[in-house]
Design a protein around this ligand. Structure first.
Ligand code: TYD
Length: 432
């Protein structure tokens, strides 16, 4: 049974689903520059986000009537080439859309953007599959206006519908379409603007929006992703790029690492990796890694996944299997047994392995920073680690994705991202 207050929800795009400011403002600036027109002193460019472009170029930017078409054409070119790539999905939006879909709610989009561009933005960010209707203006035709756009994004029949938007245009559009309005203050409109327009509800952030649209619904479980590879495989760079991209797509990311990730585990890390501890036995080392992991899972990983977040972990239990099981020759089974109580059922949903030959890894490391105790090991040690990883991959094909990491950074990042997105958003079709 549908437990939600609305059985149809229509969203505005810019400033509601996406933080669009940077993308739009930079495209407007480029268009004005291309046309050789000055930006009027004191003009607040953020006000361009939301209303129809024509109005903004005429009223805010004082573009002469006979140049408005050129300004819009130039803006669109810049927007499609760069602007839309600077968009950012607001946090929680993905989980709200997912919860509405799973609750059987009709989800629509009504934007005064050109509908083809709106569709491209939605595809670029892998969001189209959440929507029953994506409605925008048709360039060249007479403007439909917000009430009509909203009407077209609604289903034929509904019990109670709401329009969610950040500007008075959205509130007025909802009134025109005869439905309720939810004003969001995190976009470009102020609370005052939304109040004056007479919004039925006003929410300060996307968490409050989730509570309003999906009261009492359980937040879907998040994901646990780990990245593995030999020292020197480029993990840190790839972790950074992946984190940045996932944040832009609106995932709530917790980036962490092993050994470490929380105070107790970081303390254990410094004991393990210290070059003062050359006498440490392999068994002590393996137990310390497992102890550090137990606390990390308990304090950081599990709570974050249960809150619906995406945990991005630099190394996890596979590192112990490869380094202590393979490298130190303690045996895979022993390491798995030691780690069983630490990991419990918290295995990664996806593990990315950055595949690089141990000889290349060593060459790269020789050019890098001061080595820690583990990095001081010899060639045979890393050969065993590599072999152990390769065995893990063969035995866990469903979880592991092996990415050739002896290529340029961008190609590796692309493969890593598509492997991760295939797991996180299997229904989405990503624009190439
Ligand atoms: P890491 O911080 O990933 O080092 P780097 O950033 O230099 O790649 O890992 C530190 C070292 O700890 C690394 O040599 C691998 C080793 N390690 C294990 O031997 N077992 C484990 O379980 C983990 C998590 C790491």
């Amino acid at each position: 049974m549908n437990q939600f207050p609305y059985d149809a929800v229509v969203f505005d795009l810019d400033g509601t689903l996406f933080d669009a400011e940077e993308g739009i403002v930079s495209s407007v600036e480029s268009a004005m520059e291309e046309l050789g027109l000055p930006i009027p002193e004191g003009a607040d460019l953020r006000l361009v986000v939301g209303p129809p472009l024509l109005d903004s170029f005429r009223d805010l930017l004082c573009v002469p009537q006979d140049r408005i078409d050129d300004a819009i054409a130039s803006y669109k070119r810049h927007f499609e080439q760069e602007g839309m790539y600077r968009y950012q999905v607001y946090p929680h939006i993905r989980s709200i859309l997912r919860m509405l879909r799973e609750g059987g709610v009709h989800v629509g989009l009504a934007t005064s953007k050109d509908r083809f561009i709106a569709q491209r933005v939605m595809d670029l960010f892998g969001m189209s599959h959440y929507f029953d209707a994506i409605v925008g203006e048709n360039t060249g035709n007479e403007k439909l206006g917000k009430p009509e756009l909203i009407r077209r994004a609604l289903p034929e029949k509904y019990r109670c519908a709401a329009m969610v938007g950040d500007r008075h245009f959205d509130v007025n559009g909802a009134k025109g379409a005869g439905i309720e309005s939810v004003g969001v203050c995190y976009g470009c409109g102020s609370e005052e603007e939304l109040q004056v327009a007479g919004a039925d509800h006003i929410v300060p952030d996307t968490e409050a929006l989730r509570a309003l649209l999906c009261p009492g619904a359980e937040i879907p479980r998040g994901w646990f992703l780990s990245m593995e590879g030999l020292d020197g495989s480029g993990k840190t760079t790839q972790m950074e790029l992946l984190e940045k991209k996932l944040r832009q797509l609106g995932f709530s990311v917790v980036r962490t690492r092993e050994p470490g990730g929380c105070d107790i585990s970081e303390d254990i890390r410094s004991i393990i990796l210290s070059t003062d501890h050359m006498e440490m036995s392999s068994t002590t080392e393996a137990l310390l890694y497992a102890a550090s992991r137990a606390q990390h899972v308990h304090q950081r990983i599990r709570p974050a996944v249960e809150e619906g977040r995406v945990v991005l972990c630099d190394r996890f239990v596979d590192s112990s299997v490869a380094y202590q099981g393979g490298g130190r020759q303690l045996g895979v089974e022993t390491i798995q047994q030691i780690n069983a109580p630490a990991v419990a059922d918290m295995m990664p949903d996806v593990t990315i392995y950055l595949a690089i030959d141990h000889r290349t890894a060593i060459r790269r490391r020789l050019n890098a920073s001061t080595p820690d105790r583990l990095e001081l090991e010899d060639l045979e040690f890393f050969e065993r680690v590599q072999k152990a990883y390769e065995r893990l991959i063969r035995e866990n094909r469903k979880r592991f994705v092996s990415v050739d990491a002896e290529r340029d950074i961008e190609s590796i990042a692309e493969d890593v991202l598509s492997a991760v997105l295939a797991k996180l958003e299997p229904e989405a079709e990503w624009e190439a």
